[in-house]
Design a protein around this ligand. Sequence first.
Ligand code: NAI
Length: 507
Amino acid sequence: MTPTLSTQTVVAVIGAGAMGAGIAQVAAVAGHSVKLLDLRPDAAALAIDSIRAQLEKMAAKGKISPQAAEAASARLQIAGQLADLADAGLVVEAIVENLQAKQKLFAELEALVSEDCILASNTSSMSITAIGAALKHPQRLAGLHFFNPAPLMALVEVVSGLATDPAVANTLLATAAAWGKTPVHARSTPGFIVNRVARPYYAEALRVLQEGGADCATLDACLREAGGFRMGPFELMDLIGHDVNFAVTRSVWSAFFNDPRFLPSLIQQELVDAGYLGKKTGRGFYSYQEGAARPLPATEPAQPFAHDVVVYGLAPAVRALVSRLSAQGRSFTQVMAPQGDTVATAGGATLRVTDGRSATRCAFDTKTPNTVLIDLALDYAKATRLAVSVAAQCDPAAASKVIGLLQAARFGVSLLQDIPGLIVMRTVAMLANEAADAVNQGVCDVAAVDTAMQLGVNYPCGPLAWANAVGLKQISSVLGHLAQTYGEDRYRTSPLIQQLVYAAKAF
Ligand code: NAI
């Protein structure tokens, strides 16, 4: 038996801004009578007009039937005051992100609605436990965190505070599912799932930029074309707005008592100080002025294909190289037996996948001066670009041979400065590390974190499934080497990853 709220349940939405309007639309389409309330005069009426226009558009495009659009429109009502919400069975709050305002509203509501009315907050950063502290019956309050735009985004985080009754969370989960969403349970901790686990996507790129690893356009291109992310971190931050993104970063960092994992970047601080807030102000990492050309990623000029190419073993990068070189009619030698973690050799240079050491250190440790490292790709068979780094000891002529080998396999090659873990590998390792800690600390389960990151921020793969595919030993080695290089607690390996590696298990 799923404890879904029936469509007879009146849903009240408080706050008719971007989120409240979207949530009201979702609930009305799902069959509920919806009452929309806002402090600002006319805000609810304007929101309902715009929802009705949306519904008409959806009907015109055949996404819902005209009858369904009309029925949903008819189910939307303006509420003039709080007392009008007394018959609601579910209240979703989407007002200003301010703890006192939310506490005050819920305390007033509690006196009005029936005992079994569920109270939900769409907050993206406030503690559900703290909001609930103002209630006589905090067990009836949970987070119901939609993503923007609510009608289009499938993910909903159902967030339990310390006092939340599990039955309330389960009812919200089943109801969100009945509304066509994909809900996941989360415990109320800073950033819940998505806003916490996504931090390294920005933080690692900012760190690499700060260390001069490459420019924004190159790093964005590597994360898109090798990592399979829909947008690179810099273009995404420009779109979100640096004021918003920096505020979320700061709030998660301070909510975790300044844990260095979440340390904000001075680069972001500077952009905010300068008023370069991204697309909305015409300038961020990139310029959005009229006629401004987007800088191209750095791509190595074509190098000749060597005649002594040998590939080793059956690792994913090797298998992709074999098929891509064969597809181009290139001749090379294939040795099935793995030779350590060497992917290929050409012109006296050795190519390996990064394990979190710099190429220079790897060359030193392995006594192989001519070492070139390649980055992680989501799928080496499909990637159109790969980042590489070259050891300081490497003969440039030898390096050009392995670069020519990658180019012959139709990879655009971006040469990064020799920073440890390159860009895709260190980003994915840190995303998996954060996801693992969220699981280890009981915030959510493995399936929830992977679902949340795919649906909430469009990642091409859940971070834990991705870590499994790369191999937890490799991920742990990347994290361990980053920790050694930087000596920072930021790169400490999640105890859960360590346990799984020792147990030879996966997530
Ligand atoms: P918004 O600023 O577009 O809308 C907030 C609305 O609430 C305004 O219309 C305002 O007049 C009204 N309001 C403020 N105090 C009120 C009160 N005491 N009673 C009734 N109405 C009141 O804000 P937005 O973006 O819709 O965000 C609302 C909530 O949703 C916040 O808690 C925010 O953190 C959260 N959220 C926002 C997301 C986003 O991408 N914008 C995503 C997920 C959650």
